[in-house]
Design a protein around this ligand. Structure first.
Ligand SMILES: *Cc1c(COP(=O)(O)O)cnc(C)c1O
Length: 428
C-alpha cells in the first residue's frame, strides 16, 4: 500500500515514510492510494480489539517494513479496555478514555510511538508537538522510556488547567514539557518554524505527532470499526455514530471504516460553538475561522485539519453536523447525570446532546453509539458543580498526580527553542 498527498502529485510513499514525515512534502496530508475493502462476514465474530485491529489495518501495512511488526504494535497500543456502555434503550457510550492519560489521544500516541520504536535507526527521533491539552500528555506518556524517541512538548503559559500542566510535565528524562510565553497559536508557529529550519530539522531528526499524522488516525479506524461490529451484533442494524469533533480525526476514521466494510450507519459530527463545519453543511462552502474558546476546549478548532482528508474520500460526503453551545453542554451534563446516572466530560456531553436532538423515530430505528472522548475528571472544574458531587480520578489519572514535575520555559521565539533543543541533545 502506498500513500499519496491530498494536494498534488508528490510521489507516493510507503507507510513507514508517511509516519516518519507526518506531513507530505507539498504540505498536504497523506491518504491511502486505494481503499481496501474487507469481507464483513470475516469480522463479525467477537474478537479482542488488539487482534481485530491488526487484521483490519493489515492492508495499510502491506509491503512495508513495519508489516511483520503490526501484531506487536497493536498488542502494545490496544492494551486497555474500550467498553460500550448502554445508558438508555438505544444509546451506548463508547468510552475511549481508559488509557493512561484519560483521553482517546492515548491510542494514537501509543500506536505511533510503537511504530517509531520499530523504524527509528540508531539516532533517536525528536517528536516536537504543540498542545493545548490532551495531545501533549498522551504523547509524553507514550514516549516515556522509549529509546527511539525524545518528546518536546510546547504548551502555552497560563492557558492549560492545573491537571493538564501536570500531565505535560511529569514524564521521564526523554520527555520535556516546555512552557511558552505565548498562546497556543504561538506554540504552533514555533513548531512550524522549527520544522522549516533545515539545520534543526536534520540535527534533531524532528518529527510530528499531531493529528495529521496517519499513525494517529489508523488506530481510530480500528477501534471504531470494532465498535461498529459490536453494536451491530447487539442491535441488529448498522449503528449510527455521534462523534464529538474538532480536527475531524474521528470523523475521517469513521468514514474510512465504513468504506472498508464496517457496519457504520449514519454519522453525526457534533461540534461545540466553533461553527466552521455547521456552516459548511448548511451552505456548502468551507470557510476556516479563528477558533473560539468553549467548555470543550479540545475541540476549539476553527479550521479542522482532517477536512482535507474527508473531502478526498470517494463518493458523497454523507454526514450531518450538529452544533452544541456551552449552555447546552452544561444542561446535558446535569440532565444525563440525573436521568441516567452517567457523568460526561464536556466533549462527550456534546455527542449526547446531539443524539437527544434527533427526532424520536430516528433514535428508535437503530442502535446509536456516542463517543466519550475524555475522562470527566480531567474537566472536573466544569463537571462537578453540574452533577453536584465530586468526580473521582481513575487509578491511572491518580497515578499521574503523584508524579514529580519539571519543565523548561522559553519565550515564543525560535532561537530560544533552538538553543533548548541543542542543549537537550547534548544532555540526552
Ligand atoms: C482531540 C479531542 C477531540 C477532537 O477529536 P477529533 O477526532 O480530532 O475531531 C474531542 N474530544 C477530546 C477530549 C479530545 O481530546
Amino acid at each position: 500500500m502506498k500513500f499519496v498527498s491530498t494536494r498534488s502529485g508528490a510521489a507516493a510513499v510507503g507507510l513507514s515514510e508517511a509516519l516518519r514525515l507526518g506531513v507530505a512534502p507539498d504540505g498536504g496530508l497523506f491518504v491511502p492510494e486505494s481503499f481496501p475493502r474487507h469481507d464483513a462476514t470475516a469480522f463479525g465474530q467477537d474478537q479482542p480489539l488488539e487482534r481485530f485491529a491488526a487484521d483490519w489495518l493489515r492492508p495499510f501495512f502491506a509491503a512495508d517494513s513495519l508489516a511483520p511488526e503490526l501484531d506487536a504494535v497493536c498488542a502494545e497500543a490496544f492494551d486497555f479496555p474500550v467498553p460500550l456502555v448502554p445508558i438508555s434503550d438505544r444509546l451506548q457510550v463508547l468510552e475511549l478514555f481508559h488509557g493512561p492519560t484519560g483521553a482517546f489521544k492515548d491510542f494514537g500516541a501509543r500506536f505511533l510511538m510503537a511504530c517509531f520504536d520499530r523504524l527509528a535507526g540508531k539516532e533517536p527521533l525528536t517528536v516536537l508537538a504543540a498542545t493545548s491539552g490532551d495531545t501533549g500528555g498522551a504523547v509524553g506518556c507514550a514516549a516515556e522510556s522509549r529509546r527511539s524517541v525524545r518528546a518536546v512538548i510546547l504548551y502555552p503559559k497560563g492557558r492549560v488547567s492545573p491537571f493538564q500542566e501536570h500531565q505535560l510535565t511529569c514524564w521521564g528524562s526523554n520527555v520535556l514539557g516546555v512552557e511558552v510565553d505565548g498562546d497556543f497559536d504561538d506554540c504552533q508557529a514555533l513548531v512550524k518554524a522549527a520544522f522549516a529550519d533545515t539545520r534543526l530539522r536534520a540535527a534533531h531528526r524532528l518529527t510530528s505527532a499531531n493529528s495529521i499524522n496517519l499513525g494517529r488516525l489508523l488506530p481510530q479506524v480500528a477501534y471504531l470499526a470494532h465498535a461498529a461490529f459490536r453494536a451491530a451484533r447487539s442491535g441488529g442494524k448498522a449503528p449510527g455514530f455521534i462523534m464529538p469533533s474538532g480536527n475531524l480525526g474521528h470523523g475521517y476514521a469513521l468514514l474510512l471504516a465504513r468504506i472498508m466494510g464496517a457496519p457504520v450507519g449514519p454519522v453525526v459530527l457534533a461540534t461545540n460553538a466553533n461553527r466552521t463545519l455547521a456552516d459548511w453543511r448548511r451552505t456548502g462552502r468551507y470557510e476556516a475561522r479563528p477558533s473560539v474558546a468553549t467548555l470543550a476546549n479540545a475541540m476549539d478548532v476553527g479550521n479542522p485539519s482532517n477536512f482535507e482528508r474527508m473531502v478526498a474520500l470517494p463518493g458523497e460526503l454523507d454526514v450531518t453536523v450538529e452544533l452544541v453551545e456551552d449552555a447546552a453542554i452544561e444542561a446535558r451534563i446535569a440532565e444525563d447525570s440525573r436521568r441516567y446516572g452517567y457523568t460526561w466530560c464536556p466533549h462527550g456531553a456534546i455527542a449526547s446532546e446531539a443524539w437527544h436532538r434527533l427526532p424520536e423515530a430516528r433514535r428508535q430505528e437503530r442502535p446509536w453509539v456516542a463517543a466519550a472522548t475524555a475522562h470527566p475528571y480531567k474537566f472536573r472544574e466544569t463537571v462537578e458543580p453540574l452533577v453536584g458531587r465530586a468526580v473521582e480520578p481513575s487509578p491511572a489519572l491518580a497515578a499521574i498526580l503523584g508524579r514529580p514535575v519539571r519543565n523548561e520555559q522559553v519565550p515564543a521565539a525560535l532561537p530560544a527553542l533552538a538553543d533548548l533543543l541543542d542543549r537537550q541533545l547534548v544532555g540526552a
